[in-house]
Design a protein around this ligand. Structure first.
Ligand code: ARG
Length: 460
């Protein structure tokens, strides 16, 4: 049987494989809410512009409400021979209300319809991700406030570099996630123009009101070029690019959680709620959730890569290739959503092992910079010379097998006789972190101020 919607000139139906490759209802049925909202806005506009009668429009609205109720109630049968969500909805509408259903598709096409539906879907998804990322920021900032003075090693090259605090470290992620949200919000702003009314590609001769449908659907304005309207998928690329960067950030946090939980580190403990056991090694507590958050970026980047490759070199305007935009996008954004939820859960769940962190912070002569800075500040020695003095002191401490703050004053004075007792005021890790009061620095009072500033911002 040929297609009821467009098969007027077709004697037979598609080959089985043609149906298999052409059909999108298996995944685009998830656009039903957006599709029906778009149709309702379009129908209302057609009536206001006197393109369809009030009676027909009323029937269409009522019928669409019923279709929505049937889908949400699980009684709707999606049909593969109707290809996609647009034709499934319209065909069911025709069954319910009869002839007036045929007027709904006046002055539109599936090309502007699918662009509208998918923009609305991506917009909803981006809003959901933003709310989740905000929750993750809150979890991080709350933990940071509690751990503002918990000394831990700060690393460069994964070598102990300078003492920092666990709170300061967590606040670094609050900043990163803040930028991730900014990118998603930015993409949303550019996305928020309505393609509805571009019709197949060249607009329409009917006196439609695109401003009205744009407003009804929460868009800022209609798109200005009909060809661009149906050909544009950069709203997908841009959202997935932003999602990829967010997923990369989550993978860095996840990797750190894996490291912190490993027994040589033991900086952090996850409760049973976020740990899994091994079926062979009874002692194991594995941070599986962190590992999976670390891995999810593969699917997010995979989705981004897929859509970019589909669009590369694609001539204007709509091409069926673009139907391949949905599955990767839906999978990528669902993966990111799950990863954010798991990350927020782990951050709230984890407890810091302050004693172990503090001990590790003192290893590797992490206050050597503080010693050099002291020589500059108190003795007015140029930093490059102070650096040499501190390095020599590290050499002595290393030979004696003691941390810097356990050296005798005479040891320090053997390097430079101007060094006084006062130097010990900066050599312990606690003193070191407390002294780093420069804006954005690691001092606990800075960390508390930053955490409070963010928590206030995140409260509304
Ligand atoms: N299922 C199609 C898609 O996702 C809808 C648009 C089809 N338009 C067309 N003229 N065949 O892209």
């Amino acid at each position: 049987m040929s297609n009821a919607m467009w098969g007027g000139r077709y004697a037979s139906g598609p080959a089985a494989v043609m149906e298999d490759i052409n059909v999108s209802i298996d995944f685009d049925q998830r656009l039903y809410r957006q599709d029906i909202a778009g149709s309702k806005a379009h129908a209302a506009m057609l009536r206001a512009q006197r393109i369809v009668s009030a009676a027909d429009e009323a029937a269409i609205q009522k019928g669409l409400d019923q279709v929505l109720a049937e889908i949400e109630g699980g009684t709707f049968t999606f049909k593969r021979n109707l290809e996609d969500i647009h034709m499934n909805v319209e065909a069911r509408l025709a069954e319910i209300i009869g002839a007036p259903a045929g007027r709904l598709h006046t002055a539109r096409s599936r090309n502007d319809q699918v662009a509208t539906d998918f923009k609305l879907w991506v917009r909803d998804a981006a809003d959901g991700l933003d709310a989740q990322l905000k929750d993750l920021q809150r979890a991080l900032a709350e933990k940071a406030l509690a751990e503002a003075a918990t000394v831990m090693p700060g690393f460069t090259h994964l070598q102990v570099a300078q003492p920092t605090t666990f709170g300061h470290h967590l606040m670094a992620y609050v900043e990163m996630v803040g930028r991730d949200r900014g990118r998603l919000q930015d993409a949303r702003r550019r996305l928020n123009e309505s393609p509805l009314g571009a019709a197949a590609l060249c607009g329409t001769s009917f006196p439609i009101d695109r401003q009205a449908t744009a407003e009804a659907l929460g868009f800022d304005r209609p798109t200005a070029n009909s060809l661009d309207s149906v050909a544009d998928r950069d709203f997908v690329m841009e959202t997935l690019a932003a999602a990829t960067i967010a997923a990369v950030h989550l993978s860095r946090l996840a990797e750190e959680i894996v490291i912190w939980c490993s027994s040589p580190f033991s900086f952090v403990r996850l409760s049973d709620a976020f740990s899994t056991g091994s079926s062979i090694m009874p002692q194991k507590r594995n941070p599986d959730a962190a590992e999976l958050v670390r891995a999810k970026v593969g699917r997010v980047l995979g989705g981004f890569t897929a859509i970019v490759v589909v669009l590369k070199g694609l001539p204007l305007t709509y091409q069926k290739d673009m139907q391949e935009d949905k599955e990767p996008t839906m999978d990528a954004l669902a993966s990111l959503s799950l990863a954010i939820a798991a990350a927020a859960g782990m951050v709230r769940d984890m407890t810091a092992n302050a004693a172990v962190m503090k001990k590790a912070a003192g290893q590797g002569y992490s206050t050597a910079t503080d010693l050099a800075d002291w020589c500059v500040r108190v003795l007015d020695i140029p930093f490059r010379d102070s650096h040499h003095i501190a390095a020599k002191c590290v050499g002595i401490a290393s030979a004696k097998g003691v941390p810097l703050h356990k050296l005798d004053l005479t040891d320090l004075q053997s390097v430079d006789k101007r060094i006084t007792e006062d130097v010990f005021s900066v050599l312990s890790v606690g003193r070191s972190v407390a002294s780093r009061v420069s804006y954005g620095g690691t001092a606990p009072k800075n960390v508390r101020a930053q955490a409070r500033r963010w928590l206030k911002k995140l409260a509304d």
